[in-house]
Write a protein that binds this ligand. Structure first.
Ligand code: 3PG
Length: 208
């Protein structure tokens, strides 16, 4: 299934930075239990590069690689059999390279000019980043009439408390948040707590 359709089903895009190979299996188990068969792993730590191939053991999880800033990052993601890529900003050369590697990409944007450029390059679902610092819900609300064909995945500052205000907008496909799988809970291997957090968020949005 198309990754955007999958994300649209739960309207949640959990993201985290992993530094330990042994955390991949419990994390994948939690995601599958929660019926969220995908995750964004950010490339923010050198150690992540060495462990993302571990996801190959869990083919039911669609691996997204985030914080893609270079062509090399895309090559690393391709090596890890990534199902999708997420960039913090828009770059035509990154978009071209992702297309060459045949990996769907969700480019990041903030401004109208970036949205137009990304749309010209063929993208109609965009990460809105950093969401809270860039005007959050009010800015996306303004974008509704200006860019009626664009869907956004706001990310950056999304919390349990503000999730519903974003999801109430019909130009929001899903919210992206590290708060869904906090890295301190991964560090402390608090798997049950992570599971409860994900379930709580799913419950929160089940009526919206
Ligand atoms: C990202 O990598 O997309 C953001 O930094 C995530 O922001 P958050 O930690 O506030 O969810």
């Amino acid at each position: 299934m198309n990754i955007l359709n999958l994300i649209n089903k739960t309207r949640l895009l959990p993201l985290t930075t992993l530094t330990s190979r042994e955390d991949v299996e419990p994390l994948c188990d939690i995601l599958l239990d929660a019926s969220i068969p995908y995750i964004e792993i950010t490339l923010r730590d050198q150690r992540t590069l060495e462990i993302i191939d571990e996801f190959k053991k869990f083919p039911d999880i669609h691996l997204g690689i985030g914080t893609i800033r270079t062509i090399e990052h895309i090559d690393i993601a391709a090596e890890a059999d990534a199902s999708f890529l997420i960039t913090p900003g828009f770059s035509e050369s990154l978009a071209n390279h992702a297309a060459l590697k045949n990996i769907p990409m969700i480019p990041g944007v903030q401004t109208p000019s970036e949205i137009i450029k990304a749309n010209e390059a063929g993208f109609s679902t965009l990460k809105f980043f950093p969401a809270e610092l860039s005007g959050g819900v009010s800015r996306l609300n303004t974008y509704k009439s200006v860019f009626p064909d664009i869907k956004f995945i706001p990310t950056g500052g999304i919390t349990y408390e503000n999730t519903l205000s974003y999801l109430a907008l019909d130009n929001v496909l899903a919210v992206g948040a590290s708060a869904l799988i906090p890295s301190d809970l991964i560090q402390s291997k608090s798997w049950e707590e992570i599971k409860n957090k994900l379930e709580k968020s799913k419950e929160l949005i089940s009526n919206c």
